[in-house]
Design a protein around this ligand. Structure first.
Ligand SMILES: Cc1cc2nc3c(=O)[nH]c(=O)nc-3n(C[C@H](O)[C@H](O)[C@H](O)COP(=O)(O)OP(=O)(O)OC[C@H]3O[C@@H](n4cnc5c(N)ncnc54)[C@H](O)[C@@H]3O)c2cc1C
Length: 324
């Protein structure tokens, strides 16, 4: 079975979510006795492409057109459709990020394929091709059996383990003919999120809510995040009040994250907030109200004032690191 996986590069290098997608594809290939071909676009070195072999890709199809350095859902979908036809692909995989969410449905519609968006499990092949995704704001799982000949999946980032192995993928240039309509929508400017760790891929996240009282108090969360090497996030009212930038807003109407550790400070735990974070492996809640709903979803709860608890936690992390 031929398996295709879309890997988007960021200024010439791949991010963790791409390796995750390739390794997921390799796992499916193992289950089905298939082969993994990654599909890359735009300007990137052969060394970067070959290194996808360390995550299980046997081959990389590279569409070199430099116009693809800027995102175009239409052009990227065309690339994947052409690559799928070229390889006779039966399974097509992408990350469930902004790009994957825009491109995968176009590809699925064109190839008459069933699509599972936001998969959180490997396919269960015991009775078809069943994949799990979370539904109802993370309150339940749906097990979806894709019955079409071609299957398209987007993967929830930070869900599957990534382990670098050895190997080198062969690289083949794929020619795709574009027309002007494929680039009708142009990216004129892109502003990049600040901070060392991109939120969508962060394994540790320190997040603040309205209980922080105002942007002037955010330094305590930033200090903790810096000590931990974590990304920062926030609840929606915080972003709406311009205390923090909108790209940090998580929840039903914001980003969905699945870090190993989510520290929620001064956040009540409304269902709309939980929808974006309840896939976190460990949740720590710091809140001064013992009745705050977030405590019910927490693995660890600290009852106390944020301005008192968080600096003490930061000091404890510092001490731990010094003694480690
Ligand atoms: C359609 C819809 C979509 C929504 N989407 C989202 C979304 O995507 N993301 C999201 O976050 N919200 C979303 N919301 C809003 C959501 O319902 C809540 O209103 C919001 O999450 C509350 O934010 P908060 O917890 O920061 O603030 P609050 O509800 O005001 O809670 C503040 C918390 O801080 C605690 N606190 C106060 N002072 C301190 C202190 N000194 N130390 C420690 N704790 C303290 C309080 O006890 C309280 O629990 C949505 C709402 C709707 C209707």
């Amino acid at each position: 079975m031929s398996i295709l996986v879309f890997v988007e590069n960021n200024k010439g290098s791949f991010r963790k979510k791409s390796f995750e997608a390739v390794q997921y594809a390799a796992h499916v290939a193992q289950q089905t006795g298939g082969t993994v071909t990654a599909v890359a676009v735009g300007t990137i070195t052969s060394a970067e492409l070959e290194a996808l072999g360390c995550y299980g890709a046997q081959k990389v199809l590279h569409v070199t057109d430099s116009r693809l350095d800027d995102f175009s859902a239409r052009a990227y979908a065309k690339v994947l459709i052409e690559a799928a036809k070229h390889m006779g692909a039966k399974v097509i995989i992408a990350s469930h990020d902004t790009t994957g969410r825009a491109v995968a449905p176009r590809v699925a519609a064109n190839l008459m394929a069933g699509l599972v968006a936001g998969a959180v499990s490997y396919p269960d092949l015991s009775n078809g091709f069943a994949v799990k995704r979370s539904v109802f704001a993370g309150k339940a799982f749906a097990h979806l059996n894709i019955t079409s000949d071609i299957k398209v999946l987007t993967l929830m980032p930070n869900t599957f383990q990534v382990q670098k192995g050895a190997g080198s993928a062969s690289v083949e240039v794929l020619d795709v003919a574009f027309d002007d309509r494929d680039f009708a929508l142009k990216v004129v400017a892109a502003s990049h999120a600040t901070g060392d760790v991109p939120l969508s891929e962060a394994e540790l996240v320190v997040s603040g809510g309205r209980g922080m009282k105002g942007p002037e108090n955010w330094y305590v969360l930033e200090d903790l995040a810096k000590e931990l090497g974590a990304a920062t996030a926030c609840s929606r009212p915080v972003a709406d009040s311009h205390w923090r930038p909108h790209h940090e807003h998580v929840g039903q109407t914001g980003g969905t994250i699945r870090p190993n550790l989510y520290i929620a400070v001064g956040i009540s735990g409304a269902i709309q907030h939980l929808a974006g974070v309840n896939g976190s492996k460990t949740i720590v809640v710091i809140n001064k109200d013992p009745e705050a709903p977030f405590f019910k979803a927490a693995d660890y709860g600290v009852l106390g004032d944020a301005m008192d608890v968080v600096p003490r936690l930061t000091e404890a992390v510092k001490r731990y690191k010094q003694n480690a």
